[in-house]
Design a protein around this ligand. Structure first.
Ligand SMILES: C[S@@+](CC[C@H](N)C(=O)[O-])C[C@H]1O[C@@H](n2cnc3c(N)ncnc32)[C@H](O)[C@@H]1O
Length: 196
C-alpha cells in the first residue's frame, strides 16, 4: 500500500510544488532546456509526467511508470506512457533518458538502472534532491510518516530507501564513473547531464 502522496497525482503535484517552492518549476525547466528540441525522451518512473509540460513541443515523449493511478491520469491526457516496472520493461531506444527523483527510490539498484538506461540512450539527465539532515529529513524518515504520508511509493521498501545517503559530492562521484558529466542546481535538487 502506498502513502497518500502516491494515491492521487494531483495531490502529488500540489504537495511537491509547495514543498520544493520555486525550485519545483525551475528543475523541470532546467531539464527541458538540457533536453532541447526534436529529441525522443524516455522518462523513467515518470510519475504524473510533470516533465512533459516543460518539454519543447518538437520532442517525442515516452514515460514508464508502475503506479496505476498515475498511469491512468497520464493516459487521460493522451500522454504516451507504458505501465510497468522499470526493471522489467524493455526500454525503447531514445535520444535522452530522464531519471527524475528516482534514484533514491530504487536503492540498491541505482547502478543497474543507469547501465540499463545507457543501453537505450547515450545521454542521461538525472535529477535528485539533495540528501539533507534537518528537521524535514528527520520527519520524512520516520517510518510511520513515510508509510502514511511520505515517500512510500508502494513499490520500494522503507529500509532500502532509507539507505540512500549520497551527499552532493558522492552523487557526482557515483555518476561520473559512467561518462562525462556536467551538473546544475535547481534549489535543493542536483541536475546532472551524463554523456557516454
Ligand atoms: C518521486 S516520484 C518522481 C516522479 C517523476 N519522475 C517526477 O519527477 O515528478 C517517483 C516515481 O517513481 C515510480 N517508481 C518507483 N519505482 C519504480 C519502478 N521500479 N518502476 C516504475 N516506476 C517506479 C513511483 O511510482 C513514483 O511515481
Amino acid at each position: 500500500m502506498n502513502s497518500l502522496l502516491y494515491q492521487n497525482p494531483l495531490l502529488y503535484e500540489r504537495l511537491l510544488s509547495v514543498l520544493h517552492g520555486k525550485s519545483w518549476k525551475k528543475r523541470y525547466e532546467l531539464m527541458a532546456k538540457l533536453v532541447g528540441k526534436n529529441k525522443k525522451v524516455l522518462d523513467l518512473g515518470c510519475g504524473s509526467c510533470v516533465l512533459v509540460k516543460y518539454l519543447d513541443q518538437s520532442c517525442e515523449y515516452i514515460g514508464i511508470e508502475a503506479n496505476t493511478k498515475f498511469v491512468r491520469y497520464a493516459q487521460e491526457k493522451n500522454l504516451n506512457i507504458i505501465h510497468g516496472d522499470i526493471f522489467e520493461v524493455d526500454f525503447p531506444k531514445a535520444d535522452i533518458v530522464v531519471i527524475s527523483d528516482i534514484l533514491h527510490h530504487i536503492i540498491p539498484k541505482q547502478e543497474q538502472l543507469i547501465k540499463k538506461a545507457l543501453e537505450s540512450a547515450s545521454v542521461l539527465i538525472i535529477c535528485e534532491p539533495k540528501h539533507g539532515k534537518g528537521i524535514c529529513n528527520w520527519i520524512s524518515s520516520n517510518k510511520l510518516f513515510f508509510k502514511l504520508f511520505g515517500d512510500n511509493d508502494g513499490i520500494n521498501r522503507y529500509e532500502e530507501m532509507m539507505a540512500w545517503e549520497y551527499s552532493e559530492s558522492a552523487l557526482r562521484e557515483f555518476l561520473s564513473q559512467f561518462g562525462k558529466m556536467e551538473t546544475h542546481r535547481a534549489g535543493n535538487s542536483i541536475i546532472a547531464r551524463l554523456v557516454i
